[in-house]
Design a protein around this ligand. Structure first.
Ligand code: NAD
Ligand code: WQD
Length: 347
């Protein structure tokens, strides 16, 4: 554990060593919060947090542990004056969840349940939860607003929905006792990019499933070509997604925390840019702005992919005063700076 001032408001960040968590830790420290990161490092490295400290010039407390460890959680909540929990910890790979559903329900649902129970015991009632656009399933109407119907097409998506519902019921139960929880369900669209410093970024342990880390690895000649999945109902036949710079996403968490301080109840906010790009638009931007060439091979549709998915972000704009600042150019530039600076990630 490294020392911290303990003078500001304390946040517990589960999964804070991961991709989105580490970028959010930077924004939280820069906003003046004291933070404790609880991470079992199953998909991350301690080094990401060293870099967070380097970027911000501030210290955080790191606890190497698991959100399913009830005794550890009780100890953390009784040791530190935690006000708010930002809950990133969990597994996130859709295809893997189909192969290992029980592991996903255990880590994501049982893990969240253990965390929420420890919060209740300790009287901590403010939480920001990492949900996902995957809870919208396949939608006919774009952009997708927070009131759209919810469904799931994978165990991963199901775990996100179950956790959202668990928090909804927990708030309702608190109301019966004349109490309340302050809950933010943040539904992320497609986070890409890296911190502008190039010190932290996405560091996939295995072969990447997602588009951007795959592109950067092809660009770095670690993989021979990019498979471009085609056959979707779009102008160029590739899928359209709402890509959002991970630093903008991280800033959204700081705004949500501010809002939660005096807003009880369950709040749902889409975090995206509010427009979609096709695979070829992303790929062409990457090649143009970074002056590189990415070989591609076209293939048929990838199982489970929706054709188009982008967010209505007006609710987050109106209620949080938040809006993405970075465009596609910065997303592709920063992703490439990170890959070039640290070709082997945090290894
Ligand atoms: P990530 O894998 O980089 O981060 C998750 C972190 O949680 C890792 O550091 C991992 O070591 C840790 N962790 C996992 N299980 C744990 C446990 N039981 N106890 C303690 N720590 C544990 O993933 P990410 O991309 O940063 O995603 C963060 C959150 O956002 C996840 O909940 C994910 O489902 C959600 N999300 C991600 C995306 C995306 O495209 N990256 C999109 C929507 C939602
Ligand atoms: C984007 C586009 C592919 C790889 C996933 C999860 C979602 C959320 C974000 C967690 C699609 C195409 C991809 C490749 C390609 N995660 N593609 N070649 O599928 O929108 O969302 O990550 O919550 O739940 O499902 O993101 O980056 O995998 O794909 O052509 O090698 O790129 O068809 O159109 P996706 P992605």
């Amino acid at each position: 554990r490294s020392g911290t001032s303990l003078c500001g408001t304390m946040m517990l960040v589960t999964g804070g060593a991961g991709y989105i968590g580490s970028h959010t830790c930077v924004e939280l420290l820069e906003a003046g919060y004291d933070i404790i990161v609880l991470d079992n490092l199953s998909n991350a490295s301690r080094e990401s947090l060293n870099r967070v400290e380097e970027i911000t010039g501030k210290k955080l407390i790191f606890i190497h542990g698991d959100i399913r460890n009830q005794t550890l959680l009780d100890d953390v909540f009784s040791t530190y004056p935690i006000e708010t929990v930002i809950h990133f910890a969990g597994f996130k790979a859709v295809a893997e969840s189909v192969l290992k559903p029980l592991e996903y329900y255990n880590n994501n649902v049982y893990g969240s349940n253990t965390l929420f129970a420890a919060m209740e015991k300790a009287g901590v009632k403010k939480i920001v939860f990492s949900s996902s656009a995957t809870v919208y399933g396949q939608q006919e109407t774009m952009p997708i607003s927070e009131t759209a119907s919810l469904s799931h097409t994978s165990p991963y998506g199901h775990t996100k929905l179950l956790i959202e519902e668990m928090l909804q019921y927990q708030h309702q139960a608190a109301l019966r006792l004349d109490s309340s929880w302050n809950i933010a369900l943040l539904r992320y669209f497609n986070p890409i990019g890296a911190h502008q410093s190039g010190y932290i970024g996405e560091d996939p342990k295995d072969i990447p499933n997602n588009l951007m880390p795959y592109i950067t690895q092809v660009s770095a000649k670690k993989r021979p070509y990019l498979r471009v999945y085609k056959g979707y109902e779009t102008t160029d036949g590739t899928g359209i997604r709402d890509y959002i710079h991970v630093v903008d996403l991280a800033r959204g968490h700081v705004k949500a925390i501010e809002k939660l301080q005096d807003s009880s109840g369950v709040h749902t906010w889409n975090l995206g840019v509010g427009r979609g790009y096709s695979v070829y638009e992303v790929l062409n931007a990457f090649q143009e702005y970074n002056h590189v060439n990415i070989p591609v091979q076209e293939e048929g549709r990838r199982e489970g992919d929706v054709d188009i998915c982008y967010a209505d972000v007006s609710k987050a704009e109106a209620e949080l005063g938040w809006k993405a600042r970075y465009g596609l150019e910065e997303m592709v530039r920063h992703a490439w700076v990170w890959q070039q600076k640290y070709p082997d990630g945090y290894a």
